[in-house]
Write a protein that binds this ligand. Sequence first.
Ligand code: NAP
Length: 247
Amino acid sequence: MPGAIVTGSSRGIGRAIAERFARDGYDVAVNYVESAQRARAVADAIERETDAEALAVRADVGDPDDAADLVDAAVESFGSLAHVVNNAGIDQHVYTEDLSPADFDRVMDTNVNGAFNVTKAALSHLEESEGGDAPTPSVTNVSSILAYTGAPVECHYAASKAGLLGLTKSHAGDFAPDIRVNAVAPGHVETDMTADRSEAEKREELADIPVSRYGQPADIAEAVAYLRDAGFVTGETLNVNGGELMR
Ligand code: NAP
């Protein structure tokens, strides 16, 4: 089977993407930075429930050496690397007046530098790959609806997600025609990242979502699988937000 890397796939959206890729016939590297047990449980479940090989790999994507080790581990185990999903991300709710430069950098390091580091390390392997069942190899970056709207209480997060859209279009041109590069921009998705909402905040948020529900990780995995397989789509951002922001 061709190989895939899904960064930040010990839980949440990344986990759903890794499971989806395994069901679709790809061996998957399940990347984490802290949750070793959870990542191993995800990898074990994938191997139990599908024919895919799954490898739990610790790597801080913000560290270029870790990113290179992650790619090497995947290629060594799977023999090829057809797709990369840069999903690992962190956020932090703090207004600018209380935001330290170190915290600003931490969010940028994971969310933007992480995607750059993993993509750069994977480039030569993707170029050599046939892409599996997809028409060509691909990179998909997980951005956010906040890339467009901004977010007063998390300016660094919004800036990082907007940065990913620039990276996506730049790499789509740079790597064409061999590798397609796209982004997905989720709206509100139920994961650990959004678990701290009060009931009142949830009611307020849901009132702004036309489909009247939160997104589920599988909704985003569906969009990423589409981008993986869509041979005539590159440099594009797929907005998956229940109609909250229609562009
Ligand atoms: P989550 O539940 O908080 O999971 C984050 C994942 O990223 C975990 O697997 C975590 O690993 C991993 N991670 C964090 N820092 C890392 C690092 N430096 N290196 C490698 N892995 C790292 O988040 P989520 O809600 O599923 O979000 C996934 C992506 O979707 C993020 O990029 C997020 O910004 C984006 N997104 C989410 C929403 C939403 O509503 N949930 C909306 C728009 C966009 P550990 O478990 O080891 O910590």
